[in-house]
Design a protein around this ligand. Structure first.
Ligand code: ADE
Length: 234
């Protein structure tokens, strides 16, 4: 057990999917895994372990924002020896070519700051994903016919952004979408020699103002979970 995860040693699989929302962790585990067991409910941040095509997987909520994700990813890596960590979550589109429902595979994350800033100081470290996971995820998305974009994203500190000029610069420099967790996940994976990837669904769009209707969220979220699972075990 750790401060924020009540799972017993061995309860957490080597492969962990990390949705921000604990209820999405529950839905994904109940929908895609077999022999599902609740392994964490500390602070309501639900985590489940089960099997997918015979492979053990944990789906653990990470909360919103990098400080929260940092807590769960640190404990999963250092105390439970998680080896493959895949964020599954939503993002806001930042390019005309990106549509709501599309999937984004994040190669690299720009940010203003991360919880690791104190370590890097003046160094502008470029957090990047694991190539093997990316390659597997892209092949799977292509095979499934899911519209998918591969490229850089922006990991923001705030959802209610007061800097439209900064978002414009992100768009001008080809950033595909904004979310709030992946940069720190990639940094921790780099620090501890683990594999990480963010597989994201576009839930809203900063340029068009469009948002995914609630009744269509489940289908889009399902595509993302299956891409993440295929990528982990390909
Ligand atoms: N996650 C989903 N949509 C987002 C947005 N517009 N900004 C930040 N994170 C998001």
């Amino acid at each position: 057990m750790t401060i924020h995860i009540g799972a017993k040693p061995g309860d957490i699989a080597e492969t962990v999917l990390l949705p921000g929302d604990p209820y999405r962790a529950k839905w994904a585990a109940e929908t895609f895994l077999e022999d599902v067991k609740l392994v964490n409910e500390v602070r309501g941040m639900l985590g489940f372990t089960g099997t997918w095509k015979g492979n053990r997987v944990t789906i653990q909520g990470s909360g919103m924002g990098m400080p929260s994700l940092s807590i769960y990813a640190n404990e999963l890596i250092k105390s439970y020896d998680a080896k493959t960590l895949i964020r599954i979550g939503s993002c806001g589109g930042m390019q005309d070519k990106v549509n709501v429902r599309d999937v984004i595979l994040a190669t690299a994350c720009s940010s203003l700051s991360t919880p690791s800033r104190g370590i890097f100081k003046e160094l502008q470290f470029a957090p990047t994903c694991d190539f093997e996971l990316l390659h597997n995820a892209y092949k799977t998305a292509e095979k499934r016919g899911v519209p998918t974009h591969v490229g850089g994203i922006y990991s923001a500190d705030v959802f209610y952004d007061e800097r439209p000029d900064l978002n414009e610069e992100m768009t001008r420099h080809g950033i595909l979408a904004v979310e709030m967790e992946a940069a720190e996940l990639y940094i921790l994976a780099a620090r501890y020699g683990r594999r990480a990837l963010a597989v994201l669904t576009v839930s809203d769009h900063l340029i068009t103002g469009e948002a995914l209707p609630a009744d269509q969220r489940e289908q889009s979220f399902g595509d993302m979970v299956e891409i993440a699972l295929e990528a982990a075990f390909a």
